[in-house]
Design a binder for this molecule. Structure first.
Ligand SMILES: Nc1ncnc2c1ncn2[C@@H]1O[C@H](COP(=O)(O)OP(=O)(O)OP(=O)(O)O)[C@@H](O)[C@H]1O
Ligand SMILES: [Mg+2]
Length: 376
């Protein structure tokens, strides 16, 4: 599994403070270690993998260790223990040269504060990474110009950063990150300084760019709606440790603990959970000629069919009948009353959602797995 991963993190620890290495593997809580030893466990035994082309979101409250984690991936912060691999190559084992090469060519980062150089024109900000790589001026400008178009800023090449709005500056930040054509993009709360409407535009922009350029993305946010919108999978950090890794559907349908439950409390479940989630096996008295719906349809989009039908609707996976849904199953989801999450997902063992047609249940047992198949 780790061999195919774009990013693989295993047993990663980052502890700040004196003799930090001593506390690796400690069973004491963050607060106890801090009180007794004056060390801060920012990242605690974190492990996950990100598939090529996947959008992997890390979320958690302020101080939960998100920025430390993402900085450890390229060793902008040196991990205390553990392993990071990018495209199968050990980052934690790299020498200085290989590490510089990784940061210049293969991984780019977009920060909350755009970090543009104020005295350089937009075009030269975008081309900055290429300049460091030693790419000639003409080629730099050509490539930067392409990126400028890609992020919708044609015509702003000669502007200076302070002549642009916050949203436009972050587009320049995006273009700069894309210019070196890295395989992996890391985002550390890139839109949290933007007002809500601009923020929504930028989220749509990331989705569009992802579809267009297909990079592997690791995206940090503390905004759940942003996480649900962007993430193929979401990892939730608490006090430096992962408490759950799963698809948006798994987090909303089967939160692993009270912390995750708190995060997802206000999410409209019918907009996230799919029909598969509430499918049940038909009983002997169920007619099996109701209208069909695909298992991957979001429940909200099946409500009308369910409510209009005078019999259970059939939930299909292609030609295979998975089971049925009736109004008794749909109404609690709409009113937010349930159902109680089925199954559970476990931190660190999530499986990437395939990038094809929404394939909940692709590989491995998933929360919300449908009942055993029934042949139609
Ligand atoms: N250089 C440092 N020295 C000591 N403690 C640090 C250092 N950097 C971070 N920390 C601590 O590590 C913990 C995690 O910090 P981090 O910045 O990773 O959190 P975060 O999840 O990114 O928070 P935010 O949402 O506020 O950005 C915090 O308690 C922070 O105080
Ligand atoms: Mg942070």
């Amino acid at each position: 599994m780790t061999g195919d991963a774009a990013i693989s993190v295993q047993h990663l620890w980052k502890i700040f403070g004196p003799k930090a290495g001593r506390h690796v593997g400690s069973a004491l809580s963050r607060a106890e270690i801090r009180a007794r030893y004056g060390c801060l466990v920012a990242v605690r035994d974190v492990g996950f993998t990100v598939a090529p082309g996947e959008v992997f979101v890390v979320m958690g409250l302020s101080g939960s260790g998100k920025s430390t984690l993402v900085r450890c991936l390229t060793r902008l912060i040196e991990p205390t223990r553990g392993e990071v691999r990018i495209d199968g190559e050990s980052v934690t084992g790299m020498g200085r040269r290989a590490l510089l090469d990784l940061r210049r060519h293969r991984v780019a980062m977009v920060f909350q504060h755009f970090g543009l150089l104020p005295h350089r024109r937009v075009i030269d900000n975008i081309g900055y990474g290429l300049e460091i790589q030693g790419v000639g001026r003409a080629e730099r400008h050509r490539r930067a110009g392409e990126m400028l178009s890609l992020v919708g800023l044609d015509g702003y090449a000669d502007s200076y950063p302070d002549q642009l709005s916050g949203g436009m500056q972050q587009r320049v930040g995006l273009a700069r990150a894309l210019a070196a054509d890295p395989g992996v993009l890391l985002f550390d709360e890139p839109f949290s300084a933007l007002d809500p409407l601009i923020r929504r535009d930028m989220q749509a922009e990331v989705t569009r760019l992802h579809a267009e350029v297909g990079k592997t993305m690791l995206f940090i946010t503390h905004d759940l709606s942003e996480a649900l919108k962007l993430g193929d999978r979401i990892a939730v950090l608490r006090d430096g440790a992962l408490v759950q890794v799963g698809t948006p559907e798994e987090l909303v349908g089967a939160p692993a603990d009270d912390y995750v439950t708190d995060f997802v409390r206000d999410v409209p479940r019918a907009d996230v959970l799919t029909c598969r989630w509430i499918t049940r096996l038909p009983t002997a008295s169920d007619p099996l000629d109701g209208p069909p719906v695909s298992a991957t349809t979001v429940i909200r989009n099946a409500v009308e069919t369910v409510l209009r039908a005078d019999r259970p609707i059939r939930v299909m996976d292609g030609d295979t009948l998975l089971g049925v849904i009736d109004r008794d199953a749909v109404l609690p989801v709409l009113t937010g009353a349930g159902p109680a999450g089925r199954g559970a997902s476990t931190a660190g063992t999530g499986t990437p959602r395939s990038t094809g047609a929404g394939a909940i249940g692709a590989g491995g047992a998933r929360a919300g797995d449908a009942p055993a198949e029934v042949r139609a």
